[in-house]
Design a binder for this molecule. Structure first.
Ligand code: CTP
Length: 401
């Protein structure tokens, strides 16, 4: 695939080099083009060393091989990715002002265009920027929402360039509709921990980071699924194209899951749901030395969402649970498969040297009624790819599951 990568003058411009690398590793050809300000943040040498191609940075330079260069490059590319896109570049693109190499190529290009904004929150939220983004959307540009986090100006808010892996995945999605093995499927995924309130300042929870569930949401969205992600309290950016519902407690998660379960083809319960909650959450903070002091907490059991889902399973629905175990992993996973009535259990070891909670790595075994059908180890994104692939195989082999 031929990738044209447009870079504008944001501090996030250095991340464009990482993005270019992902395509190069796949065997794609990448040509970068830059606005004059982008060159204050990245050097042509970096981009040219990575891609092996000259950077298009001067509209008035002649390239006799490609003819009028901005027309030649615009025809050459299968996708034009503009990342990062500043507020100023977005404004120019929205109004067709072609006064720099990236904006000129934008006007000349008929390939799919993917744009990843990066800027300060106030600039992003400004009505002018929002109006310009709406114009670009209406013009057919796919926009990857910026993430929330600490910005270069030390503000915390929305405006960070989306994850490079999300931009990469979105580009593959735009250019490879054929790989959409879950197109038309609705997939419901839960992720992260739940928090069970003790009083207004304290809660019971667990160490789940939500990374595995978010990686699954990304893997299924990349394969064309319509993904709804129900997330407990986690600090993770929403994967591109995924609908996210934030919840706090197990009962909020249960309500959100049951509201979506009926119309879901596949349900994956990656969340680490708290089994118990305080029987009574105090309305006021429990104070030391008073009758409300916190010496013991009476617990009451939460609904088992997975078990309930399996009891109410719709025809053709495929339900996957997780089992995080500190011992006898496969034995517990088999028992959970039967006790809960799931179609598949993703078994992962926790504790000891297996730091699953919070880590970017995981090692799993996939257990179905026929035994362990696959294992995978590596990054949570790689593991999620295996899970998505194996569920597809199971659904192809047993379409009425
Ligand atoms: N689960 C759920 N609702 C709960 C508890 C767990 O839906 N109240 C789901 C989890 O999302 C996971 C699976 O059940 O997919 C297994 O969760 P786990 O905590 O490993 O098992 P438990 O059923 O809680 O059993 P135990 O704590 O005894 O291991």
């Amino acid at each position: 695939m031929n990738v044209l990568l447009g870079i504008s003058g944001s501090i996030a411009a250095y991340k464009a080099a990482d993005l270019a690398r992902l395509f190069i590793k796949r065997g794609d050809s990448v040509v970068c083009c830059t606005t004059p300000n982008a060159l204050n943040f990245v050097t042509p040498l970096t981009l040219e060393s990575l891609t092996g191609n000259a950077v298009y940075r001067d509209e008035f330079a002649l390239d006799h091989a490609r003819g009028v260069e901005h027309i030649g490059l615009a025809k050459w590319c299968d996708i034009f990715i503009i990342a990062p896109a500043t507020a100023s570049l977005i404004a120019k693109l929205a109004h067709g002002i072609a006064d720099n190499p990236v904006a000129t190529l934008y006007l000349a290009c008929r390939a799919p265009i993917l744009l990843a904004p990066a800027m300060n929150t106030a600039m992003l939220e400004h009505r002018a920027t929002q109006r310009n983004l709406a114009t670009l959307r209406a013009d057919g540009v796919t926009i990857i929402e910026p993430a929330c986090g600490l910005l270069a100006c030390n503000d915390i808010g929305k405006g960070k360039l989306a994850e490079v892996s999300d931009i990469f995945a979105a580009a593959l999605r735009l250019t490879h509709p054929a790989r959409q093995q879950y197109a038309g499927k609705k997939v419901l995924i839960t992720a992260g921990p739940t928090r069970e309130r003790i009083d207004p300042v304290r809660y019971l929870s667990n160490f789940s980071s939500g990374k595995m569930g978010f990686a699954l949401a990304r893997a299924f969205a990349n394969r064309g699924a319509d993904v709804t992600l129900i997330a407990g309290p986690v600090a993770l950016a929403t994967p591109f194209g995924v609908k996210r519902i934030d919840v706090e407690s197990a009962s909020e998660m249960a309500n959100a899951v049951f509201a979506h379960a009926l119309r879901s083809d596949i349900i994956i319960k990656a969340a680490a749901v708290a089994d118990y909650r305080p029987a009574l959450a105090a309305q006021q903070k429990c104070k030391k030395g008073t009758t409300q002091a916190l010496h013991t907490i009476e617990l009451t059991e939460n609904i088992d969402i997975l078990h309930t889902l399996c009891q109410q399973k719709q025809a053709g629905q495929y339900i996957v649970g997780f089992a995080a175990e500190t011992e006898n992993l496969l034995e517990h996973a088999q028992q959970k498969l039967q006790r809960k009535g799931a179609d598949m259990i993703v078994a992962n070891q926790v504790g000891g040297s297996a730091a699953v909670f919070g880590s970017d790595q995981n090692a799993i075994s996939l257990v179905t009624s026929t035994g362990v059908i696959a294992t995978a180890a590596g990054s949570k994104d790689d593991v999620a790819e295996t899970i998505a692939e194996q569920i597809h195989i199971c659904l192809t082999l047993h379409p009425n599951k």
